[in-house]
Design a protein around this ligand. Structure first.
Ligand code: GUN
Length: 288
């Protein structure tokens, strides 16, 4: 007998990105007609292979949307003071509306100092404490791109978070913590779980929305998901065959969840799209 297994709707990050990038390109073109081209500076220090792929994709995203972009690559031995001086020059460069220093930076450079050196007006990564404070207090500011992309994915399926229980797994400054604040701002009840959480499954089974942002595969399996829940997978891992996979056991969880994001092709493309959106908004604000 063939059983009819329920299968989750897939939230396609590539398709949603394309839709949003069409709008971004149109807005950039309107700005260009006024003599302003959105400009992003991407700084890479050292030769981390994953970072090289990320920065290439960010620059390509800029080109596709008609933005001006500069990629500045520096040797891993670059002095911290030299990097801070570069950031200061970009802070004062009117052709640049967004500045991004790809993390991680080499150990001799203090990442916090680097992040705080970027003008909050150009902090399109949303990592500056002024951006974090703005998000926390509901003031205007740049939102970190990955959780912002997750919010756009929820919006794309018309999901109303009011009164829903969202469980965020992971408490990083880049994803987990800002994700929780964004969900809270939309009136969800939010639980943050992390490496010291006891009985993760007890929390995830209560969740209407699960955001997995740990960086370890199979953190969320089918037995941990309430039927119909929305599962957003922020993970970027490799399985035993070297294939890209997320934090969620996709094949298992898709049999239980209502909606799920794949890896690759889910949250990943959305991160760059939201970076482009932030850069566009920085340029639009500068144009007022
Ligand atoms: N390293 C990993 N993710 C990110 C990101 O979103 N921005 C920057 N600047 N570095 C990263």
């Amino acid at each position: 007998m063939i059983t009819n297994t329920p299968t989750a709707h897939i939230i396609d990050g590539i398709a949603l990105s394309q839709k949003l990038r069409t709008d971004i390109t149109a807005r950039a073109s309107a700005l260009k007609a006024r003599g302003i081209t959105p400009g992003l500076a991407v700084i890479l220090v050292g030769e981390n292979p994953a970072s090289q792929v990320y920065v290439r994709n960010k620059v390509k995203g800029c080109q596709d949307c008609g933005f001006h972009s500069v990629l500045e690559k520096f040797d891993a031995t670059m002095a911290e003071a030299e990097l801070l001086a570069r950031i200061e020059a970009l802070n004062n460069d009117p052709a640049i509306h967004g500045i991004l220093v790809q993390l991680p930076v080499p150990k001799h450079i203090d990442a916090n100092k680097v992040i705080e050196a970027i003008s909050p007006l150009k902090d399109v990564d949303g990592f500056h404490i002024a951006s974090a404070g703005a998000l926390m207090t509901g003031m205007p500011g740049f939102w970190p791109c990955t959780p912002y992309g997750c919010m756009k994915m929820l919006e794309s399926i018309g999901y109303d978070l009011k009164g829903k229980h969202a469980v965020v797994i992971g408490r990083s400054n880049i994803v987990g913590k800002p994700m929780a604040l964004m969900l809270l701002q939309k009136n969800a009840t939010v639980t943050i779980c992390h490496s010291a959480t006891k009985d993760l499954k007890a929390f995830t089974l209560q969740a209407d929305v699960i955001v997995a942002a740990v960086g370890k595969r199979d953190v969320v399996t089918a037995d941990m998901v309430k039927p119909g829940a929305v599962v957003l997978d922020v993970g970027m891992n490799r399985n035993d065959e070297g294939k890209l996979c997320g934090d969620v056991d996709f094949e298992g969880v898709r049999q239980v969840a209502g909606y799920i994001t794949p890896v690759p092709g889910g949250v990943g493309p959305m991160t760059i799209t939201m970076l482009l959106m932030n850069t566009l908004e920085a340029a639009e604000r500068a144009a007022i």
